[in-house]
Structures are given as C-alpha cells and as structure tokens.
Design a protein around this ligand. Structure first.
Ligand code: FES
Length: 109
C-alpha cells in the first residue's frame, strides 16, 4: 500500500490519449481513461445496469458512451451528459488519481 491509500495502477504510457482500459487495483477492477493527458479513474461498470466501460474510446476527448443503452458520461466529472434510451440519468462514480514517477495511482477510499 502507498501512502494516503493511493495504489499503483499502471504506467502512464499504457493508455494513449482518447482511450481507456480496465486495470485491477488491489483486486478491484477500475476503468482508467487518458483524457488528453489527464488520467481519470472511474467505475468499470456503468451505473445504469453494469455494462463494462473500460476499454472504450473517448469521444470529444473526455466523454465515454455506454454501448448498452447509450448513457454518456464525462470521465473528468462523472456527470451524465446524455441519458440512457430508457431515460435513466445518474452519476458515474470516480476515483481520485495522481501520477508519481510515471505511474498512475488510484485512491481506493
Ligand atoms: S448499462 Fe450503461 S446505459 Fe444501460
């Protein structure tokens, strides 16, 4: 464990700008996206009905769209910017991140 409950997630060069991936941090699957050089960590499961979000490409540099029912989230704020096809709209849970010596770290608490 690192100080302040931050854990190593992956080297910064693992994800190109505009892309995302799922990484396991202390056994927890977490989605991390590279939003034009800012690394954002968020729930790997869509808060609507649990579809996996890690691995999807971003739109407009910071938006991720769930392929199941179309909800779109801002990965930098967690805000739902487009409701799902059935009208659901809710926040995407985020994790705090930081970069230390070329490694993206995620705070789990
Ligand atoms: S599971 Fe993601 S929008 Fe429904």
């Amino acid at each position: 464990m690192d100080d302040d409950e931050f854990y190593d997630a992956m080297p910064v060069d693992w994800i190109a700008p505009g892309e995302s991936a799922t990484v396991e941090v202390e056994g927890v699957p977490i989605a991390i996206a590279n939003a034009n050089g800012t690394f954002c960590a968020f729930s790997n499961q869509c808060p609507h009905q649990g579809t996996v979000l890690g691995g999807l490409s971003l739109q407009r540099g910071r938006l991720i769209r769930c392929p199941e029912h179309g909800s779109m989230f801002d990965v930098m704020t967690g805000q739902c910017v487009l409701a799902s096809q059935d009208g659901w709209k809710g926040e995407l849970p985020l994790y705090e991140t930081r970069v230390v010596d070329g490694v993206v770290q995620v705070r789990l608490s």
